[in-house]
Design a protein around this ligand. Structure first.
Ligand code: 5AD
Length: 237
């Protein structure tokens, strides 16, 4: 029996197309976590609604790995841009994920857009880098699958329980961590997958850019699912 590919989305709007495309034969629910078992071509697929935020995403990922022993995890959905160079509809493939919900303060407040709370991501007190990594084979598949797509960037996804609106804060996060965008699940998914030894990759479509003033576009969730289906056909060999 083939191990399934686990595909995740946080909200219904990020899952409807995927559920349609994988024609589920079974729906399973554990508490508030929902799973749809289906297939694309000959590849079994489990779709998982994680819910919003890193806590939900961590629990949903651990549960799904235990229940379904997926061969890999494809996390997908929307994200907000961290740089004015990105436009709504652009695609980000998460080579790394930087966790942005880790904070510390200085002993005194200065003239800084992020004070008093400083994102402490990437650095442990010992100066150790904290970032989580995508699987190399999945990254290569994504490069092949998305080769003919416009405006695809491979790089670092910022992730945490946050929604940053102030343009100077967005710029500061981008300058500090090199993050291209922010969303609310990938850090938990990557960390859990890395800890459990399951290959993982997140692809995100920019749905809003507070820096340029581009408002949230619900079509971004559809594009993320379309690209996920495209990538799926490069993964199931
Ligand atoms: N900041 C944080 N999360 C965002 N999302 C889309 N845009 C942003 C943003 N600018 C995603 C998160 C979450 C949902 C609210 O949308 O991943 O699941």
């Amino acid at each position: 029996l083939k191990h399934p590919i686990l595909i995740q989305g946080a909200m219904d709007s990020e899952l409807t197309l995927l559920i349609q495309a994988t024609a589920p034969h079974k729906f399973e629910q554990v508490g508030n976590f929902r799973f749809w078992k289906g297939a694309v071509a000959d590849t079994p697929v489990v779709i998982c609604k994680t819910g919003i935020g890193v806590i939900n995403a961590a629990a949903a990922t651990a549960l799904a790995v235990q229940r379904y022993s997926p061969r890999c995890i494809l996390n997908q959905g929307t994200a907000g841009a961290h740089t004015r160079a990105l436009a709504v509809g652009d695609v980000i493939v998460g080579e790394q994920v930087c966790y942005l919900s880790s904070f510390s303060t200085e002993r005194s407040r200065g003239e800084d857009p992020l004070n008093p709370w400083k994102p402490a991501a990437f650095q442990s007190p010992e100066g150790e880098t904290i970032s989580y990594h995508a699987n190399e084979v999945m990254l290569r598949a994504a490069k092949a699958a998305l080769a003919d797509e416009p405006r695809v960037t491979f790089g670092c996804i910022g992730s945490g329980d946050l929604w940053t609106r102030d343009p100077s804060s967005l710029q500061a996060l981008h300058d500090m961590h090199g993050t291209l965008c922010e969303e609310m699940e990938a850090a938990a998914v990557y960390l859990t997958a890395n800890n459990l030894g399951v290959p993982v990759l997140s692809i995100r479509v920019i749905s809003n850019n507070e820096g340029t003033g581009e408002p949230f576009d619900p079509n971004s969730a559809l594009r993320a699912q379309e690209l996920t289906l495209k990538l799926l056909s490069f993964l199931h060999t």
